[in-house]
Design a binder for this molecule. Structure first.
Ligand code: PLP
Length: 430
Protein backbone atom coordinates (compact mmCIF):
# COMPACT_ATOMS: atom_id res chain seq x y z
CA UNK A 1 0.00 0.00 0.00
CA UNK A 2 1.32 3.44 -0.76
CA UNK A 3 2.03 5.74 2.11
CA UNK A 4 2.72 9.36 1.29
CA UNK A 5 4.11 10.89 4.43
CA UNK A 6 2.32 14.06 5.45
CA UNK A 7 4.27 17.32 5.66
CA UNK A 8 2.93 20.57 7.03
CA UNK A 9 3.72 24.18 6.16
CA UNK A 10 5.68 26.29 8.59
CA UNK A 11 2.96 28.92 8.34
CA UNK A 12 0.23 26.54 9.47
CA UNK A 13 2.28 25.05 12.30
CA UNK A 14 3.35 28.48 13.59
CA UNK A 15 -0.24 29.64 13.37
CA UNK A 16 -1.32 26.74 15.59
CA UNK A 17 1.63 27.33 17.95
CA UNK A 18 0.58 30.95 18.39
CA UNK A 19 -2.87 29.80 19.45
CA UNK A 20 -2.13 26.76 21.64
CA UNK A 21 1.62 26.98 22.39
CA UNK A 22 4.12 24.15 21.99
CA UNK A 23 4.36 21.26 22.12
CA UNK A 24 1.08 20.19 20.55
CA UNK A 25 -0.27 17.14 18.77
CA UNK A 26 -1.55 17.56 15.22
CA UNK A 27 -4.08 14.91 14.17
CA UNK A 28 -4.59 14.70 10.42
CA UNK A 29 -8.08 13.56 9.41
CA UNK A 30 -7.06 12.81 5.81
CA UNK A 31 -4.32 10.40 6.92
CA UNK A 32 -6.65 8.67 9.38
CA UNK A 33 -9.39 8.29 6.76
CA UNK A 34 -6.92 6.83 4.28
CA UNK A 35 -5.87 4.20 6.79
CA UNK A 36 -9.50 3.39 7.63
CA UNK A 37 -10.12 2.93 3.88
CA UNK A 38 -7.13 0.59 3.57
CA UNK A 39 -8.29 -1.63 6.42
CA UNK A 40 -11.81 -1.72 5.02
CA UNK A 41 -10.45 -2.73 1.61
CA UNK A 42 -8.92 -5.92 3.04
CA UNK A 43 -11.68 -6.70 5.56
CA UNK A 44 -14.96 -6.00 3.78
CA UNK A 45 -14.49 -8.26 0.71
CA UNK A 46 -13.55 -11.08 3.10
CA UNK A 47 -16.62 -10.50 5.29
CA UNK A 48 -14.52 -9.62 8.33
CA UNK A 49 -15.77 -7.41 11.18
CA UNK A 50 -13.21 -4.82 12.24
CA UNK A 51 -12.86 -3.46 15.74
CA UNK A 52 -10.65 -0.51 16.55
CA UNK A 53 -8.28 -1.21 19.47
CA UNK A 54 -9.02 2.18 20.97
CA UNK A 55 -6.15 2.01 23.43
CA UNK A 56 -3.94 3.18 20.54
CA UNK A 57 -5.56 6.65 20.45
CA UNK A 58 -8.82 7.19 22.27
CA UNK A 59 -9.69 10.82 21.48
CA UNK A 60 -13.44 11.19 20.99
CA UNK A 61 -12.93 12.74 17.53
CA UNK A 62 -10.98 9.65 16.42
CA UNK A 63 -13.61 7.32 17.87
CA UNK A 64 -16.34 9.21 16.00
CA UNK A 65 -14.46 8.66 12.73
CA UNK A 66 -14.27 4.95 13.52
CA UNK A 67 -17.95 4.79 14.41
CA UNK A 68 -18.96 6.57 11.20
CA UNK A 69 -16.82 4.11 9.22
CA UNK A 70 -18.67 1.12 10.74
CA UNK A 71 -15.86 -0.06 13.01
CA UNK A 72 -16.59 -1.78 16.33
CA UNK A 73 -14.54 -1.30 19.48
CA UNK A 74 -12.04 -3.28 21.50
CA UNK A 75 -11.81 -1.51 24.88
CA UNK A 76 -9.47 -2.52 27.68
CA UNK A 77 -10.85 -0.69 30.72
CA UNK A 78 -14.16 0.43 32.14
CA UNK A 79 -13.32 4.01 31.26
CA UNK A 80 -12.46 3.09 27.67
CA UNK A 81 -15.93 1.55 27.37
CA UNK A 82 -17.43 4.76 28.78
CA UNK A 83 -15.39 6.80 26.28
CA UNK A 84 -16.70 4.64 23.43
CA UNK A 85 -20.29 5.12 24.64
CA UNK A 86 -19.63 8.87 24.89
CA UNK A 87 -18.48 8.81 21.24
CA UNK A 88 -21.79 7.22 20.23
CA UNK A 89 -21.05 3.49 20.06
CA UNK A 90 -23.99 1.41 21.30
CA UNK A 91 -23.92 -0.66 24.50
CA UNK A 92 -25.24 -4.23 24.65
CA UNK A 93 -24.39 -7.56 23.11
CA UNK A 94 -26.79 -7.80 20.19
CA UNK A 95 -24.37 -7.44 18.52
CA UNK A 96 -21.44 -6.85 20.88
CA UNK A 97 -20.21 -3.65 19.26
CA UNK A 98 -18.00 -2.95 22.27
CA UNK A 99 -15.99 -5.76 23.82
CA UNK A 100 -14.03 -5.26 27.04
CA UNK A 101 -10.77 -7.19 26.88
CA UNK A 102 -9.13 -7.36 30.30
CA UNK A 103 -6.39 -9.22 32.12
CA UNK A 104 -7.72 -7.91 35.43
CA UNK A 105 -11.01 -6.14 36.21
CA UNK A 106 -9.69 -2.87 37.56
CA UNK A 107 -11.71 0.01 38.93
CA UNK A 108 -15.12 0.33 37.31
CA UNK A 109 -14.56 -2.40 34.66
CA UNK A 110 -16.83 -4.96 36.31
CA UNK A 111 -19.53 -2.41 37.06
CA UNK A 112 -19.45 -1.19 33.43
CA UNK A 113 -19.78 -4.78 32.12
CA UNK A 114 -22.82 -5.31 34.32
CA UNK A 115 -24.54 -1.97 33.93
CA UNK A 116 -23.94 -1.49 30.20
CA UNK A 117 -24.22 -5.18 29.28
CA UNK A 118 -20.81 -5.31 27.61
CA UNK A 119 -19.33 -8.63 26.42
CA UNK A 120 -16.34 -9.35 28.69
CA UNK A 121 -13.29 -10.94 27.08
CA UNK A 122 -11.60 -12.63 29.99
CA UNK A 123 -7.88 -13.34 30.25
CA UNK A 124 -7.70 -15.64 33.26
CA UNK A 125 -9.99 -18.37 34.70
CA UNK A 126 -10.37 -16.50 38.00
CA UNK A 127 -12.09 -13.67 36.14
CA UNK A 128 -15.05 -15.99 35.50
CA UNK A 129 -15.48 -16.43 39.25
CA UNK A 130 -15.16 -12.69 39.78
CA UNK A 131 -17.85 -12.05 37.16
CA UNK A 132 -20.16 -14.62 38.77
CA UNK A 133 -19.65 -13.19 42.25
CA UNK A 134 -20.59 -9.77 40.88
CA UNK A 135 -23.85 -11.26 39.52
CA UNK A 136 -22.90 -11.67 35.84
CA UNK A 137 -24.10 -14.90 34.26
CA UNK A 138 -24.22 -13.82 30.60
CA UNK A 139 -22.03 -14.66 27.63
CA UNK A 140 -18.26 -14.36 27.69
CA UNK A 141 -15.38 -14.20 25.25
CA UNK A 142 -12.15 -15.98 26.19
CA UNK A 143 -8.74 -14.61 25.32
CA UNK A 144 -6.33 -17.42 24.51
CA UNK A 145 -2.57 -17.44 24.75
CA UNK A 146 -1.92 -19.73 21.77
CA UNK A 147 1.71 -20.28 22.75
CA UNK A 148 3.18 -18.33 19.81
CA UNK A 149 3.34 -14.78 18.51
CA UNK A 150 5.75 -11.93 18.09
CA UNK A 151 5.85 -8.14 18.55
CA UNK A 152 8.16 -5.38 17.31
CA UNK A 153 10.01 -5.71 20.64
CA UNK A 154 9.75 -8.40 23.33
CA UNK A 155 7.59 -6.07 25.43
CA UNK A 156 4.98 -6.14 22.64
CA UNK A 157 4.99 -9.92 22.31
CA UNK A 158 1.55 -11.12 23.39
CA UNK A 159 1.65 -14.87 22.81
CA UNK A 160 3.99 -17.49 24.29
CA UNK A 161 5.12 -18.67 27.71
CA UNK A 162 6.48 -15.25 28.71
CA UNK A 163 3.22 -13.42 27.95
CA UNK A 164 0.85 -12.46 30.76
CA UNK A 165 -2.09 -12.21 28.35
CA UNK A 166 -4.88 -14.71 28.01
CA UNK A 167 -5.43 -18.31 29.07
CA UNK A 168 -2.83 -20.84 27.97
CA UNK A 169 -4.41 -22.89 25.18
CA UNK A 170 -4.09 -26.25 26.96
CA UNK A 171 -5.85 -24.82 30.05
CA UNK A 172 -8.97 -23.79 28.14
CA UNK A 173 -10.97 -26.80 29.34
CA UNK A 174 -10.76 -25.60 32.97
CA UNK A 175 -12.02 -22.16 31.96
CA UNK A 176 -14.91 -23.64 30.02
CA UNK A 177 -15.86 -25.89 32.96
CA UNK A 178 -15.75 -22.88 35.29
CA UNK A 179 -17.95 -20.88 32.89
CA UNK A 180 -20.46 -23.76 32.74
CA UNK A 181 -20.59 -23.98 36.53
CA UNK A 182 -21.71 -20.34 36.56
CA UNK A 183 -24.20 -20.65 33.70
CA UNK A 184 -22.07 -18.65 31.26
CA UNK A 185 -21.71 -19.45 27.55
CA UNK A 186 -18.39 -19.00 25.77
CA UNK A 187 -19.48 -17.23 22.56
CA UNK A 188 -16.21 -15.88 21.26
CA UNK A 189 -12.56 -16.95 21.19
CA UNK A 190 -9.94 -14.26 20.99
CA UNK A 191 -6.17 -14.04 20.58
CA UNK A 192 -3.85 -11.14 19.90
CA UNK A 193 -0.46 -12.45 18.94
CA UNK A 194 1.78 -9.41 19.03
CA UNK A 195 1.92 -5.75 18.15
CA UNK A 196 3.82 -4.57 15.09
CA UNK A 197 6.03 -7.50 13.97
CA UNK A 198 7.22 -7.78 10.36
CA UNK A 199 4.19 -8.25 8.09
CA UNK A 200 5.51 -11.63 6.81
CA UNK A 201 5.69 -12.88 10.37
CA UNK A 202 2.21 -11.56 11.13
CA UNK A 203 0.80 -13.32 8.06
CA UNK A 204 2.39 -16.61 9.12
CA UNK A 205 1.13 -16.28 12.68
CA UNK A 206 -2.40 -15.34 11.58
CA UNK A 207 -2.57 -18.40 9.31
CA UNK A 208 -1.38 -20.56 12.18
CA UNK A 209 -3.92 -18.99 14.53
CA UNK A 210 -6.78 -19.62 12.07
CA UNK A 211 -5.72 -23.29 11.86
CA UNK A 212 -5.63 -23.56 15.66
CA UNK A 213 -9.13 -22.07 15.87
CA UNK A 214 -10.37 -24.52 13.25
CA UNK A 215 -9.14 -27.38 15.46
CA UNK A 216 -10.58 -25.90 18.64
CA UNK A 217 -13.98 -24.71 17.44
CA UNK A 218 -15.76 -28.05 17.18
CA UNK A 219 -15.36 -28.29 21.00
CA UNK A 220 -17.11 -24.92 21.44
CA UNK A 221 -20.71 -25.28 20.22
CA UNK A 222 -21.76 -21.82 21.47
CA UNK A 223 -18.93 -19.89 19.84
CA UNK A 224 -20.19 -17.69 17.00
CA UNK A 225 -17.15 -15.41 16.64
CA UNK A 226 -13.37 -15.51 16.73
CA UNK A 227 -10.93 -12.63 16.85
CA UNK A 228 -7.57 -12.75 15.15
CA UNK A 229 -6.47 -9.68 17.16
CA UNK A 230 -4.52 -6.68 15.93
CA UNK A 231 -0.84 -6.29 15.26
CA UNK A 232 -0.64 -4.91 11.70
CA UNK A 233 2.71 -3.09 11.60
CA UNK A 234 3.36 0.47 10.51
CA UNK A 235 6.62 1.48 8.81
CA UNK A 236 8.26 4.06 11.05
CA UNK A 237 11.65 4.34 9.30
CA UNK A 238 11.85 6.35 6.10
CA UNK A 239 14.43 3.81 4.79
CA UNK A 240 12.00 0.86 5.19
CA UNK A 241 9.46 0.01 2.48
CA UNK A 242 5.79 0.72 3.27
CA UNK A 243 3.86 -2.26 4.57
CA UNK A 244 1.74 -4.01 1.94
CA UNK A 245 -1.39 -5.16 3.76
CA UNK A 246 -3.15 -6.45 0.62
CA UNK A 247 -2.26 -10.16 1.29
CA UNK A 248 -4.50 -9.90 4.36
CA UNK A 249 -7.58 -9.86 2.10
CA UNK A 250 -7.05 -13.42 0.91
CA UNK A 251 -5.84 -14.60 4.29
CA UNK A 252 -9.00 -13.30 5.98
CA UNK A 253 -11.29 -14.85 3.35
CA UNK A 254 -9.52 -18.21 3.70
CA UNK A 255 -9.66 -18.06 7.50
CA UNK A 256 -13.40 -17.39 7.46
CA UNK A 257 -14.12 -20.20 5.05
CA UNK A 258 -11.84 -22.65 6.95
CA UNK A 259 -13.57 -21.82 10.25
CA UNK A 260 -17.07 -22.12 8.83
CA UNK A 261 -16.17 -25.40 7.19
CA UNK A 262 -14.80 -26.73 10.50
CA UNK A 263 -17.99 -25.82 12.37
CA UNK A 264 -20.70 -25.99 9.75
CA UNK A 265 -22.15 -22.71 10.97
CA UNK A 266 -21.60 -19.00 10.34
CA UNK A 267 -18.62 -17.64 12.29
CA UNK A 268 -18.01 -13.92 12.62
CA UNK A 269 -14.31 -13.42 12.11
CA UNK A 270 -12.93 -10.25 13.64
CA UNK A 271 -9.71 -8.28 13.66
CA UNK A 272 -8.83 -5.42 15.98
CA UNK A 273 -5.96 -3.27 14.76
CA UNK A 274 -4.91 -0.18 16.66
CA UNK A 275 -1.50 0.94 15.45
CA UNK A 276 -2.07 0.62 11.70
CA UNK A 277 -5.16 2.82 11.84
CA UNK A 278 -3.62 5.71 13.71
CA UNK A 279 0.21 5.61 13.75
CA UNK A 280 0.77 8.07 10.89
CA UNK A 281 -2.14 10.39 11.68
CA UNK A 282 -0.57 12.29 14.59
CA UNK A 283 2.56 14.45 14.73
CA UNK A 284 4.08 15.84 17.89
CA UNK A 285 5.11 19.43 17.10
CA UNK A 286 7.73 20.77 19.46
CA UNK A 287 9.89 23.92 19.69
CA UNK A 288 13.68 23.79 19.55
CA UNK A 289 14.69 25.90 22.51
CA UNK A 290 18.48 25.66 22.13
CA UNK A 291 21.29 23.76 20.43
CA UNK A 292 24.29 22.88 22.60
CA UNK A 293 27.31 20.58 22.57
CA UNK A 294 29.34 18.30 24.76
CA UNK A 295 33.01 17.60 23.97
CA UNK A 296 34.77 14.29 23.46
CA UNK A 297 36.63 13.00 26.52
CA UNK A 298 37.72 9.56 27.78
CA UNK A 299 34.10 8.79 28.69
CA UNK A 300 32.84 9.12 25.15
CA UNK A 301 32.34 11.21 22.04
CA UNK A 302 31.00 14.76 22.16
CA UNK A 303 27.44 15.29 20.91
CA UNK A 304 25.25 18.04 19.52
CA UNK A 305 21.98 18.32 21.43
CA UNK A 306 18.84 19.96 20.06
CA UNK A 307 16.83 20.77 23.17
CA UNK A 308 13.08 20.70 22.56
CA UNK A 309 10.08 21.46 24.75
CA UNK A 310 8.46 18.01 24.32
CA UNK A 311 9.61 15.09 26.43
CA UNK A 312 8.73 11.53 27.23
CA UNK A 313 5.72 12.84 29.09
CA UNK A 314 4.31 13.53 25.60
CA UNK A 315 5.66 10.53 23.67
CA UNK A 316 7.19 7.73 25.71
CA UNK A 317 7.79 5.14 22.97
CA UNK A 318 11.46 6.05 22.33
CA UNK A 319 12.25 6.03 26.06
CA UNK A 320 10.24 2.88 26.67
CA UNK A 321 11.18 0.68 23.70
CA UNK A 322 13.84 2.66 21.85
CA UNK A 323 11.23 3.26 19.13
CA UNK A 324 12.15 5.22 16.02
CA UNK A 325 10.09 8.25 14.98
CA UNK A 326 10.82 10.22 11.82
CA UNK A 327 11.72 13.86 12.52
CA UNK A 328 11.69 16.99 10.39
CA UNK A 329 12.95 20.48 11.13
CA UNK A 330 10.60 23.31 10.20
CA UNK A 331 12.09 26.80 10.28
CA UNK A 332 15.29 28.67 9.55
CA UNK A 333 17.47 25.61 10.14
CA UNK A 334 15.63 23.28 7.78
CA UNK A 335 18.07 23.90 4.91
CA UNK A 336 21.20 23.66 7.10
CA UNK A 337 23.68 20.88 6.46
CA UNK A 338 22.79 17.59 8.12
CA UNK A 339 24.64 16.57 11.28
CA UNK A 340 24.30 13.89 13.91
CA UNK A 341 21.86 15.42 16.36
CA UNK A 342 20.59 14.17 19.71
CA UNK A 343 17.05 15.43 20.33
CA UNK A 344 16.37 15.78 24.06
CA UNK A 345 13.52 17.14 26.14
CA UNK A 346 12.85 19.21 29.26
CA UNK A 347 12.40 16.49 31.87
CA UNK A 348 14.63 15.95 34.84
CA UNK A 349 15.67 12.51 33.50
CA UNK A 350 18.77 11.69 31.42
CA UNK A 351 16.63 9.26 29.44
CA UNK A 352 14.44 12.09 28.13
CA UNK A 353 15.85 11.64 24.63
CA UNK A 354 13.86 11.04 21.44
CA UNK A 355 16.81 9.80 19.38
CA UNK A 356 17.42 6.44 21.01
CA UNK A 357 17.36 2.86 19.96
CA UNK A 358 16.70 -0.38 21.78
CA UNK A 359 20.29 -0.69 23.03
CA UNK A 360 21.66 2.88 23.06
CA UNK A 361 20.66 5.79 25.25
CA UNK A 362 21.86 8.08 22.47
CA UNK A 363 21.39 7.18 18.81
CA UNK A 364 22.00 10.57 17.15
CA UNK A 365 19.94 11.30 14.05
CA UNK A 366 21.12 12.85 10.75
CA UNK A 367 19.11 16.07 10.71
CA UNK A 368 19.62 19.58 9.36
CA UNK A 369 21.13 21.40 12.34
CA UNK A 370 18.12 23.24 13.76
CA UNK A 371 18.22 26.85 14.94
CA UNK A 372 16.78 27.77 18.33
CA UNK A 373 13.20 28.83 17.69
CA UNK A 374 12.61 26.29 14.89
CA UNK A 375 9.86 23.72 15.16
CA UNK A 376 10.70 20.03 15.15
CA UNK A 377 8.02 17.59 14.00
CA UNK A 378 8.14 14.11 15.51
CA UNK A 379 6.07 12.04 13.10
CA UNK A 380 4.02 8.85 13.27
CA UNK A 381 3.13 9.30 16.92
CA UNK A 382 -0.59 8.51 16.60
CA UNK A 383 -0.42 5.01 18.09
CA UNK A 384 0.48 4.74 21.76
CA UNK A 385 1.56 8.39 21.77
CA UNK A 386 -0.86 10.82 23.39
CA UNK A 387 -2.61 7.98 25.22
CA UNK A 388 0.60 7.09 27.03
CA UNK A 389 1.40 10.69 27.96
CA UNK A 390 1.75 11.46 31.65
CA UNK A 391 1.85 14.18 34.25
CA UNK A 392 5.42 13.53 35.32
CA UNK A 393 7.12 16.77 36.42
CA UNK A 394 3.58 18.26 36.64
CA UNK A 395 3.99 19.54 33.11
CA UNK A 396 0.46 18.67 31.98
CA UNK A 397 -0.59 16.95 28.77
CA UNK A 398 -0.15 18.78 25.46
CA UNK A 399 -3.21 19.85 23.47
CA UNK A 400 -4.53 17.92 20.46
CA UNK A 401 -5.44 19.79 17.28
CA UNK A 402 -7.55 18.23 14.52
CA UNK A 403 -6.81 19.10 10.89
CA UNK A 404 -9.45 18.63 8.18
CA UNK A 405 -8.37 18.23 4.53
CA UNK A 406 -9.72 21.74 3.75
CA UNK A 407 -7.35 23.23 6.33
CA UNK A 408 -10.01 23.68 9.01
CA UNK A 409 -8.51 23.31 12.48
CA UNK A 410 -10.22 22.33 15.74
CA UNK A 411 -8.77 22.17 19.22
CA UNK A 412 -10.01 18.76 20.39
CA UNK A 413 -8.30 18.70 23.78
CA UNK A 414 -6.69 21.65 25.52
CA UNK A 415 -3.41 21.78 27.38
CA UNK A 416 -3.69 20.41 30.91
CA UNK A 417 -3.14 23.07 33.56
CA UNK A 418 -1.92 22.91 37.12
CA UNK A 419 -5.55 23.44 38.16
CA UNK A 420 -6.44 20.23 36.31
CA UNK A 421 -3.67 18.43 38.16
CA UNK A 422 -4.64 19.80 41.55
CA UNK A 423 -8.36 19.16 41.07
CA UNK A 424 -8.03 15.54 42.16
CA UNK A 425 -6.04 16.30 45.30
CA UNK A 426 -8.05 16.28 48.53
CA UNK A 427 -7.63 16.13 52.27
CA UNK A 428 -10.57 13.95 53.29
CA UNK A 429 -10.91 11.86 56.41
CA UNK A 430 -11.25 8.14 55.66
C1 PLP B 1 -6.05 -7.26 22.88
C2 PLP B 1 -5.43 -6.34 21.91
N1 PLP B 1 -6.03 -6.14 20.73
C3 PLP B 1 -5.52 -5.31 19.81
C4 PLP B 1 -4.35 -4.61 20.04
C5 PLP B 1 -3.87 -3.67 19.00
O1 PLP B 1 -2.61 -4.00 18.52
P1 PLP B 1 -1.97 -3.14 17.37
O2 PLP B 1 -1.99 -1.73 17.83
O3 PLP B 1 -0.59 -3.68 17.23
O4 PLP B 1 -2.79 -3.36 16.15
C6 PLP B 1 -3.68 -4.80 21.26
C7 PLP B 1 -2.41 -4.09 21.51
O5 PLP B 1 -1.50 -4.51 22.14
C8 PLP B 1 -4.23 -5.70 22.21
O6 PLP B 1 -3.62 -5.92 23.37
Amino acid sequence: MSYSRPSYSREMLENIATKVGTPFWLLDAAVLRKRIGEIKSVAEPAGIQVRYAMKALSATRVLQEMRDAGMWIDAVSGNEVLRALHAGFPAGQEPPVIVLTADVFRGNALEVVLKKNILPNIGSPGMIRVLAEAGYHGDIAVRINPGFGHGHVNACDTGGPSSKHGIWYTHLGEAVAEAQRHGMRVVMLHAHIGSGPKITELLQNLRRLAREYATLLPQFPDVNAVSLGGGIPHTYKESDPPVDISPLRELFAEAKSELEKATNRPIRVEIEPGRYFVAPCATLVTRVTDVKKTETNPKGPGRTFAMVDAGFVDLIRPAMYGSYHRMTVVGRGQTNAEQDIVVAGPLCESGDVFTRDASELLAPRRLPKPEPGDLLCIHDGGAYGYVMSSNYNSIGRAPQVWLEPDGNLRLISRRETVEDLLRIETDEAL
